[in-house]
Design a protein around this ligand. Structure first.
Ligand SMILES: [Zn+2]
Length: 360
């Protein structure tokens, strides 16, 4: 990968070298076009770059990264298009031949309704205690309830913690890997949360992509994830295997009083086996950019639980275990589950050793 910046338009003073934006990434199927910036590299993935004072250019990843001064962003974009391709190609077979294109917004992520996020996701609904696989359909997105069959390899090795904002039109994450100092809180709308990648067991993966992103700032979800993460930390084998996690129902927890009382469900995640890292479960770092213009002052480490369980370098662990910054006046009330939650039948009847073979 020697895309030199000493060739082609990099040498032309009338071509801007900074201030470019990527609007589009395209996969030609094979390296078949010369980068219009360095005029040297033959490229397969075309980054379409625009500039206020220059006609658009079609360039390779490295040149794109330099032009927008965000090499990580350019690499991430290209990694994402490589990952997306199989499912996209399947659903668009015959439509576009071997050439296809992922429309990017200027923000660096896709705004195509059918493409959605780069990575398909799962969602935990803390109000219902249910876990959903969000599938892409021609009409948009369809949530599929996989609570009763949920099992997945969790990439706890690369779990990220930090700030999540789901209030805008697109989620905004400012995350670091577990153990690193938390970034500055970008805004009042950002909440403590986590993000991790997982690979669904075939029994709950459906026909869509099994590798998914799971991010949440819901306290109940974080509480359940924290428990199973701590179990992972304690039981983690030396051979680097990752935990196979199943869901065994949920525990309702009441918070607040009177009109403000609400019930949330803490998922009961359990490690039911260990698996070698699936080849397609690849960690893509993201969202670790610096503080935005509206950044708030650094948050002091939380008292009590989070501080006691700090992650080793003074930064607080996520605060899911303590039910948040402002504990309810009456404290949390733990109740029995009203109905015995159904165990994940397919998982419950399968031995852990057999499970590990199913993730590829
Ligand atoms: Zn180039």
């Amino acid at each position: 990968m020697g895309e030199a910046r000493g060739t082609g338009k990099w040498c032309q003073p009338d071509v801007p070298h900074k201030g470019w934006l990527c609007t589009d990434v395209e996969d030609l199927g094979e390296p078949s076009q010369v980068c219009e910036m360095c005029e040297v590299m033959t490229i397969r993935y075309i980054h379409h770059m625009t500039h206020q004072y220059h006609p658009p250019l079609e360039v390779g990843c490295i040149c794109a990264g330099h032009m927008e001064q965000d090499l990580v962003g350019a690499r991430r974009r290209e990694a994402a298009i490589k990952r997306l391709r199989p499912s996209w190609a399947k659903s668009h077979a015959g439509l576009a031949g071997d050439t296809w294109r992922l429309k990017m917004s200027i923000f660096g992520f896709s705004t195509e309704p059918t493409a959605g996020d780069f990575l398909p996701i799962i969602k935990y609904d803390a109000r219902a205690g249910r876990i959903f696989r969000i599938d892409r359909t021609p009409d948009g997105r369809e949530p599929i309830d996989i609570t009763d069959s949920f099992a997945a390899v969790f990439d706890f090795e690369n779990i990220e913690t930090g700030w999540l904002n789901f209030s805008g039109p697109q989620p905004d994450f400012k995350l670091v890997k577990m153990g690193e100092v938390l970034p500055v809180r970008p805004s009042e709308n950002h909440k403590n949360g986590i993000r991790l990648m997982l690979k669904l067991h075939p029994s709950c993966a459906g026909s869509d992509k099994p590798v998914r992103e799971f991010s949440t700032s819901a306290k109940a979800a974080l509480s359940g994830i924290e428990k199973v993460y701590l179990a992972y930390r304690e039981g983690k084998p030396a051979n680097g295997k990752l935990p196979i996690v199943a869901m065994r129902g949920s525990t309702p927890v009441k918070t607040g009083t009177g009109d403000r009382q609400s019930t949330n469900y803490v998922p009961k995640f359990e490690i039911v086996g260990w698996a070698g890292r699936p080849t397609d479960l690849v960690y893509i770092p993201r969202g670790s950019s610096g503080p935005g213009p509206n950044a708030l002052p650094p948050t002091p480490p939380a008292q009590g639980y989070a501080a006691a369980k700090g992650n080793g370098n003074g930064a607080p662990a996520w605060s899911g275990g303590d039910w948040g910054d402002t504990p309810p006046a009456t404290g949390s009330t733990r109740m029995q589950a009203p109905v015995a939650q159904q165990l994940a039948a397919s998982v419950a009847q399968t031995k852990p050793a057999d499970l590990a073979d199913d993730f590829g």
